[in-house]
Ligand binder design. Structure first.
Ligand code: FAD
Length: 422
């Protein structure tokens, strides 16, 4: 058995584990201190992670201050590395039905407080801003969030990792955590299995990792690796309830749910001047190279670790036709000749109020968590990492991120309900 010893150990190296590790190493550096920090993941490349499955959208227009602050702090940072992460700050163009229109009007003053440029227009203005729309039925108004747009999630994750490594953080790949030892409400040791198939090609490796992530094991017996640690941080995304269970915390709140995206071709509709466009049907879409990427969060999708894409097909009964093509064609007749190219499925980590958890895990002296930000993980990532590091190193948050305290399991300001799932 191989043994390691670390001061801080992250389980999960997706966007939030990578950002958290970077922020912690930066925080220590600023204090002139050093600590041994490691991140463990069964697949650092992240083929099945939520981080590589997302739509790349970033905005700060949420209902709760905690989410607004984390997103705004992140977007301000994204602007500083704009080229590196291909941040296209082209805005969110949102066609609202009556209910959503009232909601955005209600929240609008808060956006002003945070200096977020959000313009509100009556329904008649929709075709002026979105000339490809030729049916405005059911639209009550249009909001345009200017401090918003699209980023490349891969480059952002690599930025976090590179900055973390530069400060001494060690990333371990192919290690699947199977056991966690707790003494006196304190995690002392994490045990992982080394997933290195002795034979087989890349496809076999990918399937083995997928089997672990779907089933929680694969009957594979690899080398056992032990990590002693002073502080454990659970950043395992949709898999974090499984990690929680290993240290004895029964997490009934975070639930995995499949979300699907499609890539379509429709040369008749030019989306180059826009970031994200959202229809009243809640179908969201944006330009992606020469194609269009679109998604819809099907609320009938059952909870579970399911990564099978089944939104495909142009036949009448297909989910693609029902949830994406018909609503889009109804709004924009130029979408008539759409070509569906491919798609994929990833996992949301959902909570009852659809806001994430960031804080100390109740009942444990040295366990923290950051995750389950549903469709917001990318856009909160920088702020969330910094808030986590503040909490661990100082026991409190910097002023700009003061409402991050609301994201603890105790929900000190009450329920942080967010209706929007994209
Ligand atoms: C279709 C879709 C669209 C989305 N669109 C957006 C969007 O536009 N904007 C946005 O901000 N967010 C979006 N999201 C949400 C965003 O992708 C997630 O919130 C974010 O990626 C979560 O990051 P994470 O680091 O918590 O989890 P992940 O990226 O899933 O990382 C968790 C890691 O933990 C590892 N792991 C799990 N179990 C173990 C174990 N036992 N041992 C070792 N390692 C383990 C996994 O391998 C994985 O790499 C979308 C999500 C989906 C699915």
């Amino acid at each position: 058995m191989t043994d390691y010893n670390f001061d801080f150990l992250f389980i999960g190296g997706g966007i939030l584990g990578s950002s958290g590790a970077m922020a912690l190493s930066v925080g220590l550096e600023k204090r002139g201190e050093y600590a041994r920090i490691a991140v463990i993941d069964v697949d650092l490349e992240g083929e099945h992670s939520s981080t590589l499955k997302n739509a790349g959208g970033v905005r700060a227009t949420w209902r709760n201050r905690a989410n607004i602050e984390l997103c705004k702090y992140s977007i301000d940072f994204f602007e500083t590395i704009k080229d590196e992460i291909q941040f296209r700050e082209l805005g969110y163009f949102w066609m609202h039905d009556e209910g959503w229109w009232q909601e955005i009007n209600k929240n609008h003053p808060i956006y002003g407080e945070y200096g977020l440029a959000v313009e509100l227009y009556p329904r008649e203005a929709v075709t002026e801003f979105l000339p490809f729309v030729d049916n405005i039925d059911g639209i009550a108004g249009l909001s345009i969030s200017r401090n918003a747009g699209l980023i490349d999630h891969y480059s952002l994750r690599e930025h976090y990792r590179r900055e973390a490594k530069r400060r001494g953080v060690v990333f371990f790949d192919r290690l699947y955590v199977t056991k966690i030892i707790v003494h006196d409400y304190r995690v002392t040791e994490v045990i992982a299995t080394n997933i290195k198939p002795t034979e087989g090609n890349i496809r076999d490796k990918s399937e083995l990792i997928k089997t672990y992530l779907i089933n929680g094991g694969a009957g594979h017996h690899g080398e056992v690796v032990s990590f002693k640690c002073d502080v454990l941080i659970n950043t395992a995304g949709a898999w974090s309830p499984r990690i929680s269970k290993l240290y004895g915390f029964n997490d009934d709140w975070i639930k995995p749910r499949k979300r699907q995206m499609v890539v379509m071709r429709s040369p008749e509709v030019d989306l180059s001047p826009y970031g994200m466009v959202i229809d009243t049907s809640h179908v969201y879409f944006h330009k992606d190279a020469d194609n269009i990427l679109a998604g819809y969060s099907n609320m009938d999708e059952p909870y579970g670790y399911n990564l099978e894409f089944d939104f495909g097909g142009m036949d009448e009964g297909s989910d693609f036709v029902k949830y994406i093509w018909l609503p889009l064609y109804n709004r924009i007749s130029k979408f008539e000749r759409i070509k569906l190219l491919r798609g994929w499925a990833g996992l949301y980590a959902e909570t009852p109020d659809r806001s994430g958890f960031l804080g100390r895990v109740p009942g444990f002296k040295n366990v923290y968590e950051c995750g389950a930000h549903t469709g917001r993980g990318l856009m909160v990532s920088y702020g969330a990492g910094m808030a986590l590091s503040d909490l661990i190193l100082d026991g409190k948050f910097r002023d700009e991120l003061g409402h991050a305290k609301d994201l603890s399991r105790e929900r000190p300001s009450g329920n942080l309900f967010e209706e929007l799932h994209l």
